[in-house]
Design a protein around this ligand. Structure first.
Ligand SMILES: C[S@@+](CC[C@H](N)C(=O)[O-])C[C@H]1O[C@@H](n2cnc3c(N)ncnc32)[C@H](O)[C@@H]1O
Length: 292
C-alpha cells in the first residue's frame, strides 16, 4: 500500500474537524510553548494556555484510535524566578477531558544552550508527555531496542553464584535482578529518557524537531501503513519522517510560509506527475495530495 500525505493550512482547532473519528494511530507534536517565540509565531499567554489547548486536545481525543497514542512535547519556562505550572495544569485538565496520562518521557537535549545563572543550571531536557484513551494501546517495544553496550562483555564473563539467582535490592524497593539473564543478549530495552541533540541544521524554522525524535516514537507506537498526525507541523519533520517510514501522515500548520515550504518539500522530492496537480490547486485548506 502507498503511504499518503495530507496537509492542511489553518488553525488546527478548526482543521482537525476535517479528520474522521478514531482514524489516527499516533499524534506527535510540539505546540507553541506559552509566552515563547512571540516574534516568529505568536505565543499563547501562560494564564490562557490551558483554555487555548483544551478545544484542540478535545479534537485530538476524537480523531485518535482507541489503541492510539498522543505524544506532546512541551516545557514550561521560568517566570519571576519560578517554573510556571501551566503544563501541570494542562495535564490535570486533559485528564478531566478523558485522557490517561500514561507516561512522561524525557528528551535529554545533548547540545542544550550554554549559559550560567546564579540560581539554576543549563536546561537540558524537555517533556514528552504520553497520553492515551485506554490502558491498552499499541506499543512495539522491540522496535526501539538498543545495543546492550560494552559493559556486558566484561561483566558477564565471570559470573558469581549470586549473579545467577534473582538478587532483590536491599532497600526494600521490590526491584531485583538476575545478571545471568543478560547472557546471549545483544539488545536491551531503552529507558524513558531519549538522548538526542536539538536540530541545528538549515531548516527554515526556529523550533524544528530533530528527525530522530518523531522517528523513535513512530517506531514505538506504529507499524507500516498506520497514520501519524502532527497538528502543529511547522517545517514538517514529523510528516517527512512518517512518510519515509511508510506511514500515512497528516500535517496542519497555521503559517502559510511553513505550509508552502512543506508542500514544496514533499511535492518536489516525490512524484513529478503531482506537480501539475499541486500547481492547479486552488483550495489551500483542502487535502493537498498523496505521495505516489
Ligand atoms: C514548535 S513549532 C513545531 C515545529 C515542528 N515540530 C518541526 O519539526 O518543524 C509549532 C508550530 O505550530 C504552528 N502553530 C501555532 N499555532 C497553531 C495552530 N493553532 N494551528 C496549527 N499550527 C499552529 C506554528 O506556526 C509553528 O510552526
Amino acid at each position: 500500500m502507498k503511504s499518503k500525505i495530507e496537509l492542511y493550512l489553518g488553525d488546527c482547532k478548526k482543521e482537525l474537524m476535517k479528520i474522521p473519528d478514531n482514524s489516527v494511530d499516533l499524534i506527535i507534536t510540539s505546540p507553541p510553548y506559552a509566552d515563547q517565540r512571540k516574534s516568529t509565531y505568536g505565543g499563547v499567554k501562560i494564564n490562557e494556555y490551558v483554555d487555548w489547548f483544551l478545544p484542540i486536545s478535545k479534537e485530538l481525543l476524537r480523531v485518535l484510535k482507541p489503541t492510539g497514542t498522543f505524544v506532546l512535547n512541551i516545557k514550561e519556562k521560568v517566570v519571576n524566578g519560578e517554573r510556571s505550572t501551566y503544563v501541570m495544569e494542562l495535564i490535570l485538565a486533559m485528564r478531566k477531558q478523558g485522557w490517561l496520562w500514561t507516561e512522561e518521557f524525557i528528551w535529554h537535549k545533548k547540545n542544550c544552550f550554554p549559559g550560567k545563572w546564579s540560581n539554576r543550571f543549563r536546561d537540558a531536557w524537555e517533556r514528552l508527555l504520553q497520553f492515551n484513551k485506554n490502558k491498552k494501546f499499541n506499543m512495539y517495544q522491540d522496535a526501539v531496542k538498543i545495543p546492550i553496550g560494552d559493559w556486558a562483555k566484561s561483566r558477564l564473563k565471570n559470573l558469581s553464584e549470586t549473579d545467577k539467582i534473582r538478587y532483590n535490592a536491599k532497600n526494600g524497593s521490590g526491584f531485583g535482578k538476575n545478571v545471568s539473564n543478560w547472557i546471549g543478549k545483544n539488545t536491551v530495552y531503552p529507558t524513558n529518557v531519549v538522548h538526542l541533540s536539538t536540530e541545528c541544521n538549515s531548516k527554515n524554522h526556529s523550533a524544528a524537531f530533530p528527525k530522530e525524535l518523531p522517528e523513535w516514537f513512530i517506531r514505538l507506537f506504529t507499524q507500516e501503513n498506520d497514520t501519524v498526525l502532527d497538528p502543529f507541523a511547522g517545517s514538517g519533520t514529523t510528516i517527512e519522517v512518517a512518510n519515509k517510514m511508510n506511514r500515512n501522515a497528516i500535517g496542519i500548520e497555521i503559517i502559510s510560509e511553513y505550509y508552502y515550504d512543506m508542500k514544496r518539500q514533499f511535492y518536489e522530492s516525490k512524484c513529478d506527475s503531482l506537480k501539475k496537480r499541486a500547481k492547479d490547486e486552488k483550495a489551500e485548506t483542502a487535502r493537498c495530495y498523496s505521495i505516489c
